[in-house]
Design a protein around this ligand. Structure first.
Ligand SMILES: Nc1nc2c(ncn2[C@@H]2O[C@H](COP(=O)(O)OP(=O)(O)OP(=O)(O)O)[C@@H](O)[C@H]2O)c(=O)[nH]1
Ligand SMILES: [Mg+2]
Length: 206
């Protein structure tokens, strides 16, 4: 699988390594573009799938090196191998597409057992929140069985690349873990820190 674009992977303390995964069409690449440009996406029917992994440098107040992985079924088994030792994981779920939620739950639970990803903080991003008839965040969290994940920090947020709802929260979540990395602190935060983060960033948790 083509992955030649990430050979310059940085291990610097001031760069947070962020991997974004999720099923095909769940809105990962659109989110990465919003993180990079802060601009709303224009909705198009043209859908360009990502093949392999693309690395993108994003510099705001902090440096993020984002790995955007293709989500189609035949690429999922290679996610753990192409993730390039992430510090944190973003998992995108289409909040409109009810038919794919079971698949998303399985893909997530398969991913999290990988030994290289143990304890890595997880932000589950429910995308396309601008669409009508989406499921509520509670329904989405329950269907994905997020409450069974006990070995790491798990937060959830609604996001739309069309309205930019949730973008600031996602940035702040990434910034929080960037500071921890910079200060050499453990990324596996305590329960009280999880709650503090939850309230300060207006996140949700399973
Ligand atoms: N309405 C709406 N459509 C979105 C949103 N985000 C993405 N889309 C649309 O969903 C489709 C897929 O978006 P992508 O960002 O390419 O999805 P992806 O997860 O990168 O897909 P793969 O690369 O195939 O894994 C595109 O047609 C986007 O325009 C959103 O927030 N709202
Ligand atoms: Mg993509």
């Amino acid at each position: 699988m083509g992955c030649g674009c990430c050979s310059h992977a940085s291990t610097e303390k001031d760069t947070l390594r962020v991997t974004i995964v999720g099923l095909e069409n769940s809105g990962k690449t659109s989110l990465v573009q919003c993180l990079k440009t802060s601009k709303k996406s224009r909705q198009t029917s043209l859908c360009v799938s990502t093949h392999g992994v693309i690395s993108i440098n994003i510099q705001t107040n902090m440096n993020f090196l984002v790995f955007d992985c293709g989500g189609c079924k035949h690429q999922r088994h290679i996610w753990p191998h192409i993730m390039n030792s992430p510090d944190v994981i973003l998992f995108a779920v289409d909040s409109m597409d009810l038919t794919c939620l079971n698949d998303a739950r399985e893909a997530l639970s398969d991913l999290l057992v990988d030994e290289n990803l143990i304890n890595k903080p997880l932000l589950v991003i429910f995308t396309k929140s601008d669409r009508e008839n989406k499921l509520s965040i509670d329904q989405l969290e329950q269907t994905l069985d997020l409450s069974v994940i006990k070995d790491r920090s798990v937060h959830t947020v609604l996001f739309s690349s069309v309205t930019l709802e949730g973008l600031t929260t996602i940035r702040e979540w990434l910034t929080y873990f960037s500071y921890r990395k910079l200060q050499g602190k453990d990324m596996n935060i305590s329960t009280s820190e999880r709650h503090r983060l939850l309230h300060s960033l207006n996140l949700s948790t399973a």
